[in-house]
Ligand binder design. Structure first.
Ligand SMILES: NC(=O)c1ccc[n+]([C@@H]2O[C@H](COP(=O)([O-])OP(=O)(O)OC[C@H]3O[C@@H](n4cnc5c(N)ncnc54)[C@H](OP(=O)(O)O)[C@@H]3O)[C@@H](O)[C@H]2O)c1
Length: 95
C-alpha cells in the first residue's frame, strides 16, 4: 500500500521554514525541494500542486541529492500539533 502526502509542501508554507532553507543551502535546493526529498526518502508519494511552470520544474528536481540521517531527523523534529494544517475528525489520534 502506498502512502501519499496530503499537502506535500504544506500548501506553500514550507518556503518559510528556517530549517528547510538552511538544509537546502547545503545542496543548492529550496525549502520545498528539501521537504519533497524528505518525503520520498521515506517512500512516501508526493504530488505537489502548483500553478507555476517554474515550480513544476523545481518540484521534480529532487533526485540529485540525498538528505543525511541527521537531516531527516531534523525535519521529523519540526512536526508539532500546532504545525498541522489538515486534521480531519476521522483521522487517527496522532499525538
Ligand atoms: N488539500 C486538499 O484539500 C486536497 C484534496 C484533494 C486532492 N488534493 C491534491 O493534493 C495535492 C496537494 O495539494 P495541496 O494544495 O493540498 O498541497 P500542496 O501541494 O502542499 O500545496 C500547494 C501550494 O503550494 C504552493 N507551492 C507548490 N510548489 C511550491 C514550491 N516549490 N515553493 C513554494 N510554494 C509551492 C502552490 O502555490 P503556486 O501555485 O503559487 O506554486 C500551492 O499554493 C494536489 O494535487 C491536490 O489536487 C488536495
Amino acid at each position: 500500500m502506498a502512502l501519499v502526502a496530503y499537502s506535500p509542501v504544506a500548501k506553500g508554507r514550507v518556503k518559510n521554514a528556517e530549517a528547510l532553507n538552511r538544509i537546502g543551502e547545503r545542496y543548492g535546493k529550496s525549502a520545498a525541494q528539501v521537504c519533497l526529498r524528505w518525503l520520498i526518502q521515506q517512500n512516501v508519494v508526493a504530488i505537489p500542486r502548483t500553478s507555476k511552470v517554474e515550480r513544476l520544474s523545481e518540484n521534480i528536481d529532487i533526485f540529485d541529492f540525498s538528505l543525511t540521517d541527521a537531516e531527516m531527523d531534523e525535519v521529523f523534529a519540526m512536526g508539532t500539533r500546532q504545525g498541522r494544517i489538515v486534521d480531519f475528525g476521522f483521522a487517527p489520534k496522532w499525538d
